[in-house]
Ligand binder design. Structure first.
Ligand code: PHE
Ligand code: ZN
Length: 878
């Protein structure tokens, strides 16, 4: 790492590239230790920029063999090589051809960025700055070019050769053991969308005919033997392709769409044009190996990457500050897809929960940044839940404010204007403003202001005037680098509910508000509703219409009323969460579990039983209702002086109380709900399983006979049931636990993705010795720091999903994470830096834990760190 890589980059310093690359011809000779890449670039000076500038190409970890300008070799005096770049001082003012030959070492590439080998398969990962590890290039998203790629490799070991676009030629290299393939991608793209794969892969094929009649060959490439696990991914892909045509009028544009699954991948998946590369965890599924959660994430990530073909590939980002332009919008699109193919309200709950669990703490902590950051040190650290999930909420708010039709028109206009270009957030919002005629200046604050807005609402009813006044105030809390904030434009969906549970008409300023949508624009605002016959109960922030923290003046009775009567499914669920959350935070704050087990807990239990038995509600929805706020939800609500043991104790006490109070209802659900049908991953069947398992989770908490013992691990006939049973049993101190874990291991030790679950279950188990358990597993023969999935399964699950273990009062959890991250940082900074994100909420802890966390961070700061980890550690310390 060099010092310049630690410099802060600023959005305000954006300047277009001095040179343009029009065409790229790559000739790639694959070899394990020295892959040779010959690149031929047709270039010209950017007419928009000052002439005569030096040509600076990015490059990293490359051995340069040759540079030639217009066919003539350059000598070392003609160029300068530094750690991160190749500079040619003088190039023609006219179009010219640059040829570069470099070597790189795929086997030694442990960062998994650039060209690397995953268990014998050559593959690439170029977003955001990996292409420069393949060849010298203008490696930035606004440098779009048309690529032709010739790949050559050993025929026997590397029979499959893939790249972006369409295959135009293939054959043997005469007189050798080698063969080649030539791929051409007619769509101009930035280097981060380049991809190449070479390996001994099996494949599954299908086809899709687009609305306008183009027949697209679909292929999924996997390690031989895994062909029987591609069906769900293929079905999901076809569903996504059809949906994007129907909902957004967007068709696929090449003759081929390929997906490759690899076992070593830093992230989930990558949208390279026409050649998506996936973490195999998000492709492979078979009923006995994959859980319902796996099927759900495969479906949504396959869709996500496919949707990038338009939002990301056809229209890409001008610079990395605009990352949310493709990611927020594409997450929004995949969420809409999943809502349509599954149960909408359940998906909304899942998405809101995810946002609150991951994004709210980020927004409230030392790593807070706007959806469009204004600066960064290492862009790899900005693939965050703020950019992705809050970015998606921002798109959703635009759709809510404008209406679905105008929003669609706005997207159409955005594509019409920017197809084939590298665009900005302003381009996107301008299209929305232009189709709707609205001034969206204030709305832009969602992109530039960090922090979760706090919205306080209270309702005053005047029985004489028959009016109900809704007082709304908003505050956006200060965040690093942003001390004072402007008020935001917040879409606030509301309803007023009468005493008998009816929706009351919303009369505001002499008109009836049919969609219940209020626009909050000021720090303080009052909305006065007329002709309200009797005191109503307000339902606020329906459908989670904005990513804000809501506080209301509702008392426990009103919240209970909403639990029973709110016609908005999201808010009916939210009322249960709020009710439980209030009990749990009081208990945890006071260290008194009695606060969570009194008569209010019994009332909550009754309400849950009513919902759980309600056949008019979908099972998946009923399952969500039975899930109590998580320990991290409670910690987030507490916001300061958090004692994770008190949080755990409070939640366990409430679970046990509920399990005890409505045990019969829960047992009936567990014993009956759709158990005998053969496994099918469809949403209805998954919903029934979710309901049974949510019931089991509460029953298990009672510790009584029939509690944990109901977790019949050995009888589980599918992975969802097996993992649930294993999770429950793994909390116990008992031979039953050891037997179940040993049985699972013996059955699955040779299936890496399933074995990851075995590691993860143990890392998540809340036990006094969980730090020791994880430490012991670090030395397990099947554990490897080099495989990101395994690292996330063990160390990631421990740090992210075992709050009381990770935050153990003596600091042992922090020391474990810091030590492992430091080791990983030496060879894979991206993975290490992401793990270190687990420290982001350390300042919300009670003083003793804070001291330990701080010591671990300071110790890290004193080590030699990658740029990635350096940025996270120094910012986290603040
Ligand atoms: N762009 C990928 C996505 O779809 C994520 C990713 C980022 C993958 C960086 C690899 C590296 O969200
Ligand atoms: Zn994405």
């Amino acid at each position: 790492m060099n010092d310049s890589s630690r410099q802060t980059k600023f959005l305000r310093n954006y300047a277009p590239p001095a040179y343009l690359i029009e065409e790229v011809a790559l000739d790639v000779h694959l070899a394990p230790k020295n892959a040779r890449i010959a690149s031929k670039l047709r270039m010209r000076p950017n007419p928009k920029m000052a002439p005569g500038q030096p040509l600076v190409l990015d490059g990293e970890d490359l051995a340069l063999e040759r540079v030639a300008l217009d066919g003539k070799d350059l000598s070392p005096g003609d160029y300068a090589l530094s750690d991160g770049s190749l500079t040619i001082n003088s190039v023609p003012a006219q179009p010219f051809t640059l040829e570069i030959v470099t070597l790189c070492d795929p086997e030694a590439n442990t960062e998994l960025s650039g060209l690397y080998r995953s268990r014998g398969t050559y593959c690439t990962q170029c977003e955001p700055e990996g292409f420069r590890r393949i060849t010298y290039f203008i490696d930035r998203p606004d440098a779009l070019a048309v690529y032709t790629v010739r790949i050559e490799a050993d025929r026997a070991t590397t029979p499959v050769l893939l790249s972006n676009g369409n295959l135009i030629e293939q054959g043997d290299v005469a007189g050798t053991d080698r063969h080649f393939a030539v791929w051409h991608d007619p769509f101009p793209k930035p280097s981060y969308l380049f991809a190449l794969v070479g390996g001994d892969l099996a494949s599954v094929h299908d086809s899709f005919t687009t609305a306008s009649g183009r027949k697209v060959a679909l292929g999924i490439y996997v390690k031989p033997g895994k062909e029987d696990r591609c069906g769900w991914a293929m079905e999901s892909l076809k569903r996504a392709m059809r949906w994007d045509e129907e909902r957004f009028g967007l068709e696929y544009d090449l003759d081929v769409f390929n997906i490759v699954a690899v076992s070593d991948f830093n992230m989930g998946a990558m949208e390279n044009k026409g050649l998506n590369i996936f973490n195999d965890k998000l492709v492979l599924a078979r009923p006995d190996t994959a859980s319902d959660a796996d099927y759900h994430s495969i479906e949504s990530v396959i869709a996500h990457e496919y949707f990038h073909n338009w939002t990301g590939d056809r229209v890409t980002c001008r610079d990395w500050f605009q990352l949310c332009l493709k990611e927020g919008l594409t997450v929004f699109r995949d969420q809409e897809f999943t809502s349509d193919v599954r149960t909408g309200p359940v998906e909304r709950i899942i998405d809101a929960r995810m946002l609150k669990t991951h994004q709210y703490p980020e927004d409230a902590g030392p790593l807070a940044h706007p959806v469009r950051p204004a600066s960064y040190i290492e862009i790899n650290n900005f693939y965050t839940s703020t950019v992705y999930e809050k970015g998606a909420e921002v798109c959703r708010m635009l759709q809510t404010l404008l209406g679905a039709r105008p929003f669609r028109k706005g997207l159409d206009l955005y594509f019409e204007r920017h197809d084939g270009e590298a665009a900005t957030v302003e381009n996107f919002v301008d299209a929305m403003a232009d189709v709707s005629g609205r001034d969206l200046t204030q709305f832009m604050l969602w992109y530039t202001q960090s922090g979760t807005p706090e919205l306080a609402c209270s309702l005053d009813y005047d029985p004489h005037a028959k009016t109900a006044k809704l007082h709304v105030s908003q505050v956006v809390p200060p965040t690093p680098g942003q001390t004072s904030k402007e008020p935001m434009l917040i879409p606030l969906k509301v309803g007023l509910i009468g005493a008998n549970g009816d929706e009351l008409p919303l009369k505001l300023n002499g008109e009836i508000l049919t969609d219940g949508l209020l626009e909050v624009t000021d720090r303080e605002q009052v909305f006065e509703f007329h002709d309200v016959p009797a005191p109503p109960t307000p339902s606020l922030l329906r459908d989670f219409s904005a990513p804000v923290r809501l506080t209301t003046s509702l008392d426990a009775n009103q919240i209970e009323f909403l639990m029973m009567h709110d016609s908005d499914p999201f808010n009916r669920w939210q009322a249960t969460q709020t009710y439980a959350g209030n009990l749990l935070t009081a208990a945890a704050r006071e260290g008194d579990v009695g606060r969570a087990t009194g008569k209010e807990a019994v009332r909550l239990a009754q309400a849950l039983a009513t919902a759980a038995r309600d056949d008019t509600l979908r099972p998946a929805y009923r399952a969500e209702t039975l899930k109590l706020p998580s320990e991290s939800d409670i910690a987030r609500e507490l916001a300061r002086n958090v004692d994770t043991d008190a949080v755990h104790a409070a939640r366990e006490a409430l679970r046990a109380k509920i399990g005890g109070s409505i045990g019969d209802t829960l047992a009936a659900l567990y014993d009956t709900a759709g158990t005998d049908a053969p496994f099918s991953p469809d949403p209805q069947s998954a919903g029934l399983r979710a309901l049974r398992l949510a019931a089991l989770d509460l029953l298990a908490a009672t510790k009584a006979p029939g509690g944990a013992r109901r977790a019949h691990y050995r009888e589980a006939s599918n992975m969802t049931d097996a993992i649930m049973a294993l999770s429950i049993l793994s909390q116990l101190q008992s031979p039953v636990r050891d037997d179940a874990l040993a049985h699972f291991y013996a059955r699955w030790e040779d299936e890496p993705l399933v074995l990851d679950k075995w590691f993860a279950v143990q890392a998540r188990a809340t036990r006094p010795d969980s730090v020791e358990t994880v430490r012991a597993l670090l030395t397990h023969p099947k554990f490897s720091l080099k495989n990101p999935n395994r690292v996330r399964a063990l160390i990631g699950s421990f740090a992210q999903a075992n709050p009381s273990g990770f935050n153990r009062a003596d600091g042992a959890g922090y020391a474990l994470l810091a030590g492992q991250a430091l080791e990983i940082d030496r060879f894979n900074p991206h993975v290490a830096a992401r793990l270190l994100g687990a420290f982001e909420s350390w300042r919300t802890l009670e003083p003793g834990r804070q001291r330990h966390a701080k010591a671990a961070l300071e110790d890290l700061a004193g080590q030699s760190l990658s740029t990635d980890s350096y940025e996270i550690v120094t910012k986290t310390l603040g």
